[in-house]
Design a binder for this molecule. Structure first.
Ligand SMILES: Cc1cc2nc3c(=O)[nH]c(=O)nc-3n(C[C@H](O)[C@H](O)[C@H](O)COP(=O)(O)O)c2cc1C
Length: 194
């Protein structure tokens, strides 16, 4: 019997399969190289996210396992993230350009970068890959290591890869992998529905 049962969301209304089925694993396959075509599609999906004035303020650092860039991102991971995320075939740092060259702030930049990350995650899932977004890392260390200008800031790191074998997972990891997937009721988010 599988150690992790079906994680598909129990939704109150029908949603796209990729939305219901996506979940954030912490057990990645540390051997299989990334599916390059799937990675290209996930990045392409992010490219086609909407953004304010089509400003496209997202930037990405794509770091395959084994590369120097991957080691740099791994060294910035914080706490528990450092114990599982290095196994993922790719770490993708999601960056945001917060101001134009002349210093004008890009007003909705973080909102837009988040949409790009969501598109990336769903497209990756549709290709059978798993994602796990993380804010828990040393943001200044990443900015420093990659020589980012002040107008470009790291937001998250997305672990992307194949699902690993839960038989090798620690009890602590397994407990998190098996925890029920929950959301508060929609009525608590929709504060007016006239
Ligand atoms: C912006 C952002 C930051 C996150 N940071 C972390 C993190 O540092 N470590 C972690 O284990 N999970 C992190 N997560 C994952 C969330 O905890 C997870 O998406 C949430 O609990 C819902 O679970 P699900 O994605 O499996 O539906 C982050 C997710 C987002 C969107």
């Amino acid at each position: 019997m599988s150690l992790v049962q079906d994680r598909t969301a129990a939704t109150d209304a029908p949603v796209l399969d990729a939305i219901a089925e996506r979940w954030s694993t912490r057990v990645f396959d540390a051997q299989t190289p990334i599916d390059e075509a799937a990675l290209a599609s996930a990045l392409e999906a992010a490219r086609w996210a909407p953004s304010a004035n089509n400003s496209q303020p997202w930037r990405f650092i794509v770091a395959r396992r084994g590369s120097d860039a991957h080691a740099t991102l791994v060294s910035a991971l914080g706490g528990f993230n450092a114990s599982w995320a290095p196994d993922a075939g790719v770490l993708v740092a999601v960056l945001v350009e917060t101001a134009r060259e002349d210093g004008t702030p890009i007003r909705w930049a973080e909102y837009d970068a988040g949409q790009a990350a969501a598109f990336f995650s769903l497209q990756a899932h549709a290709h059978g890959l798993h994602t796990h977004q993380m804010a828990g890392f040393d943001h200044p260390a990443v900015a420093d290591a990659f020589g980012l200008p002040a107008s470009v800031q790291p937001l998250t790191i997305i672990a992307l890869g194949d699902l690993g074998d839960h038989a090798g997972a620690s009890d602590e990891l397994l407990a998190r992998e098996q925890a029920p997937r929950v959301r508060r009721p929609l009525a608590e988010s929709v504060i007016l529905d006239a």
